[in-house]
Every structure is written in C-alpha cells, then in structure tokens.
Design a protein around this ligand. Sequence first.
Ligand SMILES: [Fe+2]
Length: 240
Amino acid sequence: MRGQLIGLNPMYFYKVGLGVSESNRQAIYSAICSLVDKEAEGFDPFTDTAWLGDIDSSGDFHTIPEMRPLLERLPFALGEYFKALGVNAEKFQAYISRCWPAYQTVGQKINLHRHMQSNISGVYYVDVPPESGEFAFYFYDVACEFIPGLFSSDAHAKKGLLNSWNLMRATEVPLVMETDQLILFPSKTLHRVHPSKNYDRPRISIAFDINVTLRSSDKQEAGMPPLDKWQGIDVLTNPS
Ligand SMILES: [Fe+2]
C-alpha cells in the first residue's frame, strides 16, 4: 500500500483492573444477590432481559457501605481518563448521579441503549463467568461508511461485499470483560450486552452514571455550573 489510511477522532473508552480485594468484591456480590432476592417479586425470571437495579429496584447502590472500597478507587480511574483525553481535571467536579447492579442469567441480555441524562458512564465487573455475554459498543454513524448500510448489515458481508470484519470501520465492537475491570465511556455512546450462555453462574456488574460540572462557571460556557449555584423551582407552587 503506497498510500496511508489515517484515522481521525475515534471514540475512546477507558479500561482498568481496579484492584478491589477478593473479600471486598465478595461482600458486594452478596449485597447484590440479597437485593435481587428482595426485589424478585414482580420480576419475570423467564424474561430475556437482565435484572437491572435502576428499573427493578433503585439507582442508589453507591450508598451502601459495601461499595466503599470500590468507590475509593474511582477518583484515580476518572483522573486517568480525563488526563488521557487532555481534559483539565482541575476545572471539573464529578458526581455519581446513579448507580445500580445488573444481574444477568443464561439467555438474558441487555438491550441497546445509552444514558442520555449523564456525561460519563462506567461499569465495574463483579463476576464475569465464561461466555456470559459480551459488552458491545454500537455506532450508528461510522464516518467512513461511504455507502449507507455497507458496514452495518450482515447481509452485505455474507454476499461478499466485505472481505472481513475490521475494527476501524465496525458498527458494533464486542468486548470480553473480566472480573474486577472497570470501564468508563461517554454516556451518549450506544451499548448493549449480548445474551449469556453460561448456565452455572450469573454475570454480575455495577453500572455508574457520572455527571460532571464546572468547579467555577466564571467566564465558562461549556459544562454545567457548580451545584451550589443551582436554585430550585417548586413547580407545584401555584400562586393565586
Ligand atoms: Fe448501560
């Protein structure tokens, strides 16, 4: 090849082995199993969608004491992500706005979605048994797709229009995650988890939504102002 193929502006996500101890992870595991047992009423065990703590319970799993060893490791991970992207961490304050476990048994998946209400999303893997479902990022609009649908349709590939799967133009990128890994990615990125094929153990993870504000909004337009500058509006107030 005499020419050069040059990639521009791809999506970057962050991945790290978080180093939560086995005993601390076991405590989190037990807390999740207890929560799933407690909230099991009303949940259809034969559904093909995983049990998701935000919609099947509540989104404040970060507030339980068992989560502390994990949460203590989040600042360095977020700091590394900011630094790698060239974002000045001194200008921003991050908050966990929602946190929930996902409990996925054989045949269950997590459908394609994104977290529109937050800025950065994360997943921590408490236990990932073999073949328990790949996490996949999905891109509707691949910038170099010069014929609409050429890269995204399996039918085109089967008819020989593509030579091979290629990461640099993939519409879906499946990733095998490992126990104790944390990933961080822009919340707007579409993602899903493929069905688990593991009959023995559930795939257990914890999702985070992180909102980022400016530390000071003076002379800044991008990003939300600090929370102490916000003022509530009681929409139930009805002046007569
Ligand atoms: Fe998600």
